[in-house]
Design a protein around this ligand. Structure first.
Ligand SMILES: *Cc1c(COP(=O)(O)O)cnc(C)c1O
Length: 425
């Protein structure tokens, strides 16, 4: 039988860093990555046959757990009829109808193949619609690896971005302003100075990519007001929160409607799907109805659409959100108790079925706060949990996800394993 280590060594000969997405290499926790063979409900299994209770859940899509029977069977059925046509298929129409019915700000939706693509296209649309070129994002929010949003904050509060990686020209980074999350005064100030030049503000309505950071009261309302006042579009990046916080996403959960919404993860049910949506006046400007171009050979792929559709159908029929939230709240509270018993300083942030345990005792309301976490301790915590059969995201700055497959029984088992892990710290 092949071991994780052997297979990863081999992977490194063919794939940069042995992976197709950097976090999978477990570098942030200085750990050895596991190579996954299969997933079932709340569990995954590596190539050595070790089973873990999974709280990574593929970084968010698997709200119904791994290999949900109805999703798998929908995919099987779709596959029988062909993998791709490059022409419109009935699944796209059905999924489109469902997204428009569910997401308050969506009159029309365009499907793409990833969250990154959704964000890239939504920003192009915002620029096309407004004829403006500057965009605003918040420090610590992740919107995929597209140039304009893969940027960091410079020094100071309201700053022009600097490239987040070699390969992004300064000239492009300079079209993005980066502001601190939850800092509405910084937004007001920037808009007073430059409001007329700004095409859009993009925000994770609940941040998931600096670890879970909820919006402060009125942060989203104020963003709505300010963008409207200056004629800039408000984009909610709901790639994580869409169909996760509620069936209508964070906008339904908080009762605030953005102009454009990006979706991904849950709407693909584990298949590569992204989408962007908005009202008719904006969406009608996309080609072929309008002249803002965006396309995709595999967009609306029948197998991917079938997986998304099956996922949404189960969510709609079972409405698991209240139950998920309750379970996650109890689970988060129990973890916090265990850490307190051990005398470990921490803060647990939770919204809906997402949570993060930060190893800092201060409030975590921004990326600055999150960065005060003890990353060495997090790395030890991660490894102690893995050793005891619990997989959490291999970075402090990520969200843990619960799914409907995480029963109370499984969560109790997870808590016992976490308790053992914490004792070993
Ligand atoms: C994951 C994520 C993306 C990027 O999606 P990919 O499918 O990985 O390209 C964009 N925005 C948010 C909020 C995300 O969590």
């Amino acid at each position: 039988m092949v071991s994780n280590r052997e297979l990863f060594e081999e992977a490194k000969r063919y794939l940069p860093g042995g992976v197709n997405s950097p976090v999978r290499a477990f570098k942030a926790v200085e750990g050895e990555p596991i190579i996954v063979r299969k997933g079932e409900g709340a569990y995954i299994e590596d190539v050595e046959g070790n089973r873990y209770i999974d709280f990574l859940m593929s970084w968010g899509p698997l709200i119904l757990g791994h290999a949900h029977p109805e999703v798998v069977s929908a995919v099987r059925e779709a596959v029988e009829n062909g993998l791709s046509f490059g022409l419109t298929n009935p699944y796209e129409v059905e999924l489109g109808k469902e997204v428009v019915a569910a997401v308050p700000s969506a009159d029309r939706v365009r499907f793409v193949n990833s969250g990154t693509e959704a964000v890239m296209s939504a920003i192009r649309l915002a620029r096309g619609v407004t004829g403006r070129k500057y965009i605003v994002k918040f420090d610590g929010c992740y919107h995929g690896h597209y140039d304009s949003v893969l940027v960091s904050a410079g020094s100071g509060v309201a700053t022009l971005a600097i490239p987040g990686t070699p390969g992004i020209p300064e000239e492009i980074a300079k079209l993005t302003y980066v502001l601190p999350y939850n800092d509405i005064e910084a937004v007001e100030k920037l808009f007073e100075e430059r409001g007329e030049e700004i095409a859009c503000v993009i925000v994770e309505p609940v941040a998931g990519n600096m670890g879970v950071v909820p919006p402060k009261a009125e942060f989203l309302e104020k963003l709505r007001e300010i963008t409207r006042k200056y004629g800039a579009l408000l984009i909610f990046d709901e790639v994580i929160t869409g169909f996760r916080l509620s069936y209508g996403g964070a906008q339904k959960y908080f009762g605030i409607e953005p102009d454009l919404t990006t979706l991904g993860k849950v709407i693909g049910g584990g298949m590569p799907v992204g989408a962007y949506a908005g009202n008719e006046s904006y969406m009608s400007q996309i080609a072929p109805e309008g002249n803002i171009y965006q396309a995709g050979t595999l967009s609306g792929n029948p197998v991917a659409m079938a997986a998304g559709l099956a996922t949404l159908r189960v969510l709609k029929e079972t409405n698991p959100y209240g139950e998920l939230e309750k379970k996650t709240d109890r689970f988060a509270g129990e973890i916090s108790k265990l850490l307190t018993q051990k005398g470990i300083e921490h803060t647990v942030n939770r919204v809906g079925s997402m949570l993060t345990v930060f190893f800092t005792d201060g409030k975590v309301e921004s990326y600055e706060d999150a960065k005060r976490s003890d990353l060495k301790l997090f790395a030890r915590f991660f490894k102690a949990l893995l050793k005891n059969g619990v997989l959490i995201p291999p970075s402090q700055f990520e969200a843990w996800f619960l799914s409907t497959a995480h029963s109370e029984e499984i969560l109790n088992e997870a808590l016992e394993r976490i308790e053992r892990g914490i004792k070993e710290l």
